[in-house]
Write a protein that binds this ligand. Structure first.
Ligand SMILES: [Fe+2]
Ligand SMILES: [Fe+2]
Length: 368
């Protein structure tokens, strides 16, 4: 059995050049399949699959290869190597020559992988909407052994790719549920549905700029729409009141933080655990003057500190029943004045550095 130099780069990184391991052919395919099952996003998966084909081919230089997924009516290239590197993001039909197009079309019709001299076209999936099409061109005809390894890899990768879609579906469903619930809560406070979407996007952006990982920032984006879920127990008459609240009414409103915490506190699911933090801490203040617990500084979880800013930013920028929309310069001045008081000073500095992007998101998701 011949040996293959295998590579298992970090799929989130475009050029991860860790040294290869040497495995025999079947071991290499099994290791490649195992590697692919650990990737749960479509683009990193496509990139990882191309890397594994390249390794199995034993060609020393990156070969012309690409992966494409269906988006609307077209197949769009989402990962590529060699001469196709520059066509990522473009429709496949316009990025390849007529002969290649004809071969790709044949594979799409049959929904079966094909090997033809020095070209391999893999079809992963059962239906075009959830399939991945992969094209690989070697500089010489592929040996029978390499063709077999490619087929074996494609069989394994097809199962792994189905899991990518299932994972994505679960995430999309969770996002939908969290956003819809958040919108219901927001509408009770006379806010539009886009309030929670904007708070989610501001939170994601601030989290990334503050150095949180993409996974942490995405978790926060999912949880942020839940910040006011505890308002489910606040009477409409109080939520919709335009006049000043009585002390008792104000206390009822303040309780929405603890009520939100109570809703999620027994969940071990990470999104709901994040929602518990956000619901409970988004009215805490950096100087300890917030509620419900008067937490101070870094005792407030970073998720709580971020959503506190995102929520206030959105409230200031948009019209509310009790106030007009503020001008950008008024909003900036407010955040400056609350640096180290209401808000985490470092987060305020980050916001001030990138305020244009926050205002741009705000314009993209207007109140209807
Ligand atoms: Fe709130
Ligand atoms: Fe809010």
């Amino acid at each position: 059995m011949f040996e293959i130099s295998t590579q298992f780069p970090d799929p989130e990184v475009e050029n991860d050049d860790r040294p290869p391991r040497r495995l025999d052919g079947v071991q290499a395919v099994l290791a490649a399949g195992d590697y692919l099952t650990r990737i749960n996003k479509p683009v990193p998966f496509a990139r990882g699959y191309l890397t594994q084909l390249q390794a199995l081919s034993q060609c020393p230089q990156p070969n012309p290869a690409f992966a494409a997924a269906k988006a609307g009516a077209s197949w769009i290239i989402n990962a590529a190597t060699g001469q196709y590197r520059d066509v990522v993001g473009r429709p496949m039909a316009r990025a390849v020559d007529a002969q290649t197009n004809a071969q790709l079309e044949k594979t799409l019709q049959s929904k079966h992988s094909q090997c033809n001299a020095n070209r391999y076209i893999g079809y992963l999936g059962r239906a075009d909407s959830t399939a991945l099409l992969v094209y690989f061109k070697a500089d010489q005809p592929l040996s029978a052994a390499t063709q077999n390894l490619f087929r074996l890899l494609t069989m394994q990768a097809a199962i792994a790719y189905e899991n990518v879609h299932l994972h994505q579906e679960i995430i999309d469903t969770q996002k939908e549920v969290m956003t819809t619930l958040g919108q219901v809560m927001a509408s009770r406070s006379q806010e539009t549905g886009n309030h929670v979407r904007r708070v989610a996007e501001f939170s994601f952006l601030l989290a990334r700029k503050a150095g949180l990982s993409k996974a942490e920032a995405e978790l926060l984006r999912l949880a942020a729409p839940m910040h006011d879920v505890g308002k489910v127990g606040v009477p409409d008459a109080i939520l919709a009141k335009a006049d000043l609240l009585t002390r008792e009414e104000f206390e009822t409103i303040r309780h929405h933080t603890t009520a939100g915490y109570e809703i999620f506190k027994n969940s071990r699911h990470e999104i709901l655990a994040a929602a518990e933090i956000v619901a409970r801490q988004h009215h805490e203040r950096w100087d300890g003057e917030g509620y419900p617990r008067g937490l101070k500084g870094r005792d407030i979880h970073i998720f709580g500190r971020i959503v506190a800013m995102a929520d206030v930013f959105d409230a200031l920028v948009h019209y509310r029943i009790y106030k007009k929309a503020w001008l950008p310069e008024q909003v900036i001045a407010y955040f400056r004045s609350q640096r180290g008081r209401q808000f985490d000073p470092e987060l305020v500095d980050i916001f001030l550095c990138h305020s244009d992007t926050f205002f741009a998101i705000s314009r993209k998701l207007p109140d209807c």
